[in-house]
Design a protein around this ligand. Structure first.
Ligand SMILES: [Zn+2]
Length: 245
């Protein structure tokens, strides 16, 4: 029996038998981790509440025959209550968790950067100081960069010509110049590209100043780009309540 510790965010919880749960986490050291939490569905369970989606925890596990077993849990950040209590934060948070799970497909493959992006996004959502929609889009832009397919925002996705440009085309890879622009490209406002660049680089002073129209347009382009690359639609993304003001 091998014991190990790791730090992670709970992405998903599934029932297993009468009293147990399978907990899917994205962790600092071991990437995506699925482990059994025994007895957590009994009301007397000491760590059931610490293993809900959005919880940021330190866990101790031992290696099982099929799934590893969680033996200890300590809360690092209690993100869940402040996210779950607000519909807009909750829907944005669900999209963060689902995207993280999709982008960390292989269990045991290290995904440190993605784990840090997830923890950072949930921290920002639970703090409640920013538009949850902006927090989500910043996460998605950086998660796509992590996956290697961030949309081009300034330079042309095809020829590399420096912008700003006036067109965006998802299959082409993002912003495109007038020479490379394929038919059917979107024509986003200049402010939308400025916002997407700010979200990608974490320039929050600029992102917080953005107008509702730019936020809506940026959200649409980010979602279209993400969905093109994930090939099938994220279930939670259409449910995100966008309430930019
Ligand atoms: Zn070009």
């Amino acid at each position: 029996m091998t014991l190990y510790r790791d730090t992670g965010v709970v992405l998903r919880v599934q029932k297993l038998g009468e009293a147990d749960r399978i907990i899917t986490m994205i962790t600092r050291r071991y990437g995506k981790l699925r482990a059994v939490a025994k007895g957590v569905r009994r009301t007397s369970s000491r760590f059931g509440a610490r293993l809900e989606p959005f919880c940021h925890v330190d866990v101790q596990c031992y290696t099982g025959r099929t799934l590893d077993v969680i033996t200890q849990v300590e809360t690092i950040d209690a993100f869940a209550p402040r996210i779950v209590d607000d519909y807009q934060r909750y829907t944005a948070g669900c999209a963060v968790l689902e995207t993280a799970e999709r982008l960390s497909a292989e269990e045991g493959e290290p995904v440190l950067r993605l784990y840090m992006l997830v923890a950072g996004a949930l921290r920002a959502l639970s703090a409640g100081e920013r538009d949850p929609s902006l927090v989500l889009d910043a996460f998605l832009m950086r998660a796509m960069a992590y996956a290697g397919w961030a949309p081009a925002v300034f330079e042309c996705a095809r020829c590399g010509k420096p912008g700003p440009h006036h067109a965006f085309n998802v299959p082409a890879g993002g912003a495109v110049c007038d020479d490379c622009r394929p038919p059917g490209s979107a024509s986003p406002a200049r402010d939308t590209f400025v916002l997407m660049d700010a979200l990608m680089h974490g320039v929050w002073e600029r992102a917080d100043e953005s107008a509702p129209a730019a936020r809506r347009e940026a959200s649409g382009l980010v979602a279209a780009h993400l969905q093109w690359h994930l090939e099938r639609q994220l279930r939670s993304l259409p449910l995100v309540e966008r309430r930019s003001q």
